[in-house]
Design a protein around this ligand. Structure first.
Ligand code: NAD
Ligand code: VAH
Length: 313
């Protein structure tokens, strides 16, 4: 069966549903350090820094795949650098060792475009030099290299994506620098103005949740011999700035307004590239995103309006 760590987060709460749809409800165990807000399917409370508890769950349930999502993200990470390093690396080592010792067949490791930093082009290729400026990015870059090491040394089939900022209507983000691009839709749908913590022209790589899920499943289902990158694949969806997402929202909600009040997250965003070259993912496992900014905006607004109506009812 499949184990998901950090399953109550922005990605996990959506990915768990996708995995249950593919493999069956009974075959997917969601775990997190905190209880889920609504009970849905198999769940076990698990702090992944606790190696013994993780190993026990893996053995007891004969786990064959682990999707390791538990982590502290970029903005929260800068508030507590040492804790972030310990959580992000400690949990990953526990997953790697449990997988190696207990016959797990495949591991999914989510990396991030935060592995990139200064001294690279604004559209880094797969093998661009990694010089992350945040503790989060440093932990992801280290995790990628450990993934490659476990593959080469132990044959553990670890697959990984460098996700851009993920935008979806189903869940809220948990302490990243790209979070504004989810919050902005919630404010727009409620008819409120939005204060943005990034400057209007800060262009970043982003991806709609459906495309991110498609990429994840595609990668995990690809034939082993087609996976040529064992650190982490560059992945691109779209790139836009706060000014551009605002213009896109205003096509659907003309009186929506934004103000700008950049904070410490501006420096983090400035350390990341604006675009990503994902040509190797496209070649290896036929990756193609299907959402443009306007298509995503239309769907976000439609889905959030439905939710808003059901809450008011
Ligand atoms: P999130 O912050 O929304 O969720 C992380 C979850 O991990 C939370 O539910 C939290 O309770 C849990 N968690 C934290 N510490 C834990 C521990 N010690 N044991 C068990 N659970 C713990 O994050 P997300 O956006 O869902 O991201 C999931 C993964 O994808 C992370 O590794 C993140 O770095 C990566 N990622 C996310 C994005 C994005 O835009 N969302 C982009 C790139 C990479
Ligand atoms: C963050 N959303 O802002 C995450 C992600 C692409 C960035 O890793 O930290």
């Amino acid at each position: 069966c499949i184990l998901v760590t950090g399953a109550n987060g922005q990605i996990g709460s959506v990915l768990t549903g996708y995995l249950r749809g593919i493999y069956g409800d009974d075959q997917v165990i969601a775990t997190d350090i905190r209880e889920p807000e609504t009970a849905a399917g198999r769940f076990e409370k698990l702090d992944v820094t606790d190696a013994a508890s993780l190993a026990q769950i893996v053995s007891k349930n004969k786990v064959t795949q682990v999707y390791h999502l538990a982590a502290i993200l970029s903005a929260r990470g800068e508030q507590e650098p040492m804790k972030t390093w310990q959580v992000n690396m400690g949990t990953y080592f526990n997953v790697l060792e449990a997988a190696r010792e207990r016959g797990v067949e495949k591991v999914f490791y989510p990396s991030s475009i935060a592995v990139f930093g200064a001294h690279i082009s604004n559209e880094p290729g797969q093998w661009a030099y990694l010089e992350p400026a945040t503790v989060y990015g440093i932990s992801k870059a280290a995790g990628e290299n450990w993934s490659d090491y476990y593959f080469k040394r132990y044959g553990l089939d670890i697959r990984s994506l460098r996700y851009p900022g993920i935008i979806g209507h189903q869940s809220m983000p948990g302490g990243g620098t790209t979070d504004y691009a989810v919050d902005i839709y919630h404010k727009a749908v409620k008819g409120e103005a939005f204060e943005c913590f990034l400057n209007p022209d800060t262009t970043l790589p982003m991806i709609y949740i459906s495309d991110a899920m498609d990429a994840t499943i595609r990668l995990m289902e690809a034939a082993r011999e087609d996976i040529t990158v064992r650190t982490s694949y560059n992945l691109a969806g779209m790139s836009f700035s706060p000014a551009e997402i605002t213009a896109s929202i205003q096509k659907f909600i003309p009186d929506f307004t934004i103000t700008y009040n950049p904070d410490f997250r501006q420096k983090i965003a400035d350390s990341w590239p604006s675009h990503i070259d994902d040509s190797i993912a496209r070649k290896d496992w036929s990756w193609r995103p299907s959402y443009t900014l306007d298509k995503m905006t239309e769907e976000m607004i439609r889905e959030l309006r439905k939710k808003d109506l059901s809450i008011k009812r």
